[in-house]
Design a protein. Structure first.
Length: 114
């Protein structure tokens, strides 16, 4: 059974940066499309970014384009989300998802506040 574990969240000042990680167990990571989602307080979970299995194709929600970068290291079974120029509206629990198998991580909280 595949498990996903996010890490890297925390309290950051506006304008700051963070790198989130999503570590996967098992051997199927490298063959799966992966994605990041987030859920802000009182709001529904929303799509943030995805990356193809080989890493050659990425896409981001319009709200984060130019500030977020998704990447992966298939040798380490890990996906990353580099977040720059953080804004208070980026405050949310960030989840990673293995698209093909519909597996979710437990989430990591990012709080942007001065």
């Amino acid at each position: 059974q595949v498990q996903l574990v996010e890490s890297g969240g925390g309290l950051v000042q506006p304008g700051g940066s963070l790198t989130l990680s999503c570590a996967a167990s098992g051997t199927v990571f490298r063959t799966n499309i992966m994605g990041w989602y987030r859920q802000a307080p009182g709001k529904e979970r929303e799509f943030v970014s995805y990356i193809s299995a080989g890493g050659g194709t990425t896409n981001h929600a319009d709200s984060v384009k130019g500030r977020f970068a998704i990447s992966r290291d298939n040798g380490k079974n890990t996906m990353y989300l580099q977040i720059n120029n953080l804004k208070p509206e980026d405050t949310a629990v960030y989840y990673c998802k293995m698209w093909n198998l519909e597996v979710w991580g437990q989430g990591t909280l990012v709080t942007v506040a001065s």
